[in-house]
Write a protein that binds this ligand. Structure first.
Ligand SMILES: C[S@@+](CC[C@H](N)C(=O)[O-])C[C@H]1O[C@@H](n2cnc3c(N)ncnc32)[C@H](O)[C@@H]1O
Length: 436
């Protein structure tokens, strides 16, 4: 640690360095500690640069005993506010720039001392796991800690490494999918996470869009269990996530006027179909699901005789049903006007529920099937060929492409026929006849 030789008083020297680094773009982060203000619950203040609607800002994360509060400021306003806090409400300050670390400490008599250390090229706290991902901001630490994934210092809790990895991997995948999807750019995005559980991915999605990707978004978690909804709404409030809320209810009964991105990870059995149908009916540009517990088709599957000896093993029956269900879903989404990708989103070493179906809506003019726009349909079969039906009930007034639609419908029906599938939840939602 170097001690400077200069005539400028330490506090003024520190503030000059802070201002210069913010203005010349070398500012990495600032941490203020040793709180001396009136609020006994305040622990520290973390400041980092962010971009909001294309303009540079400084994000202040006020960390209290029981909650974190985020406030964003224009750079000059932030510098003014920090000048009042350093040496006042806080008696310790660490400024990290691309060139070095500058520390200002006030002793018990209130006398300041300045010293220097090496530049920060990785987050000081949080360890290896956190340093690996730049797709979640520092302030995500607040909810990761409250949801029990990490400790107060940012280390991943024992037994939560898979969950931590899954959250970061999900955001990484989301960042690629967002780049491919034709998402609205003229208004805040509407995003729903259906069957959101404890909200890990809902919080991550909110932070990714609003704080990293600079795409303002309202994110809504939909969850059947009331206690999880209460917990998540409280945490959203306590961590200052204004663009995030949670509602209690079933996926099938959820009401969505506008929807840009639909997420449903590990919604059990046909709840995934309910979510897919909601996404398609609302015209979501991007749909991301990770199905699980594909039970619905098991009693229907008629395997070729050659497979019968193998399928007496329960695990093969299970895998068989998973494949038939998810393959049918992917084909139905193609029929409904989406390009689909199916892939493992995280290694089976970390979770067995690792298959992801990602669907991006094809652009207007290249959109096939007619999906009922009203409440989810439970009826089977549709009289008209959906590809020939007018697409006027879909947003965007797309021109249907009958040949492509018929081709997609044929693929769905051939797969259903091969497996002897007569009825499937997503097909019912789409009023798509599997046997026509
Ligand atoms: C396995 S958890 C997954 C949570 C979260 N999506 C994740 O991947 O971390 C499934 C959650 O979906 C909820 N769920 C299942 N079916 C649902 C339905 N039809 N409507 C609303 N929530 C549902 C359950 O209560 C549970 O919290």
């Amino acid at each position: 640690m170097l001690v400077p030789m200069t005539d400028t008083p330490p506090r003024e020297d520190f503030l000059a360095q802070l201002g210069a680094s913010v203005r010349d773009g070398t500012f990495v982060k600032l941490t203020l500690g040793k709180p001396r203000g009136a609020d006994p619950t305040l622990r520290n203040l973390l400041v980092r640069p962010i971009t909001l609607r294309g303009a540079a800002h400084l994000s202040f994360l006020w960390r209290h005993d029981r909650q974190d509060i985020t406030k964003n400021h224009a750079p000059e306003d932030a510098i003014t506010e920090l000048a009042a806090l350093i040496g006042g409400d806080f008696h310790s300050a660490h400024l990290f720039t691309t060139g070095r670390m500058t520390q200002l400490e006030f002793n018990k008599k209130g006398l300041p001392r300045l010293s220097y250390g090496p530049a920060a090229d990785a987050p000081a706290a949080g360890g290896h796991d956190r340093a690996k991902s730049r797709l979640l901001p520092e302030s995500s630490q607040a909810w990761l800690e409250k949801l029990g994934v990490t400790t107060a210092t940012g280390s991943v809790r024992e037994g939560l490494a898979d969950k931590h990895r899954q959250i970061h991997k999900f955001v990484e995948i989301l960042s690629h999918l967002v780049a491919e999807a034709a998402l609205a750019t003229d208004r805040p995005l509407e995003i729903a996470d259906m069957g959101c559980g404890k909200g890990y991915l809902t919080f991550a999605t909110c932070d990714y869009f609003n704080l990293v990707a600079n795409r303002p978004a309202h994110v809504r978690g939909i969850e059947a269990r009331a206690e999880l909804v209460t917990l998540c709404n409280r945490l959203a409030r306590d961590t200052g996530r204004t663009g995030l809320d949670f509602v209690q209810g079933t996926i099938a009964s959820s009401k969505l006027a506008t929807l840009d991105v639909l997420i449903a990870l590990h919604a059990c059995d046909t709840a995934t179909d309910d979510a897919l149908a909601k996404g398609v009916q609302a015209g979501a540009a991007l749909i991301v699901v990770a199905p699980c517990c594909q039970k619905e088709l098991r009693p229907q599957l008629a395997a070729a005789p050659v497979l019968a000896p193998a399928l007496r093993h329960g695990i093969f029956q299970e895998r068989h049903a998973e494949f038939a269900t998810d393959a049918l879903r992917a084909l139905l989404l193609e029929w409904a006007g989406y390009d689909t990708k199916v892939f493992e989103f995280i290694s089976t070493e970390h979770t067995a529920k690792n298959l992801m179906i990602a669907a991006t809506k094809r652009l207007p003019g290249d959109r096939p099937g007619q999906i009922p726009a009203g409440p989810l349909s439970r009826s089977e079969g549709c009289a008209t060929d959906p590809g020939l039906a007018a697409a006027s009930n879909r947003k965007g007034g797309a021109v249907p492409r009958p040949a492509r639609t018929e081709e997609a419908a044929r693929k769905v029906r051939e797969l259903a026929a091969f497996y002897g599938i007569k009825s499937q939840a997503l097909a019912r939602h789409f009023s798509f006849s599997l046997s026509a």
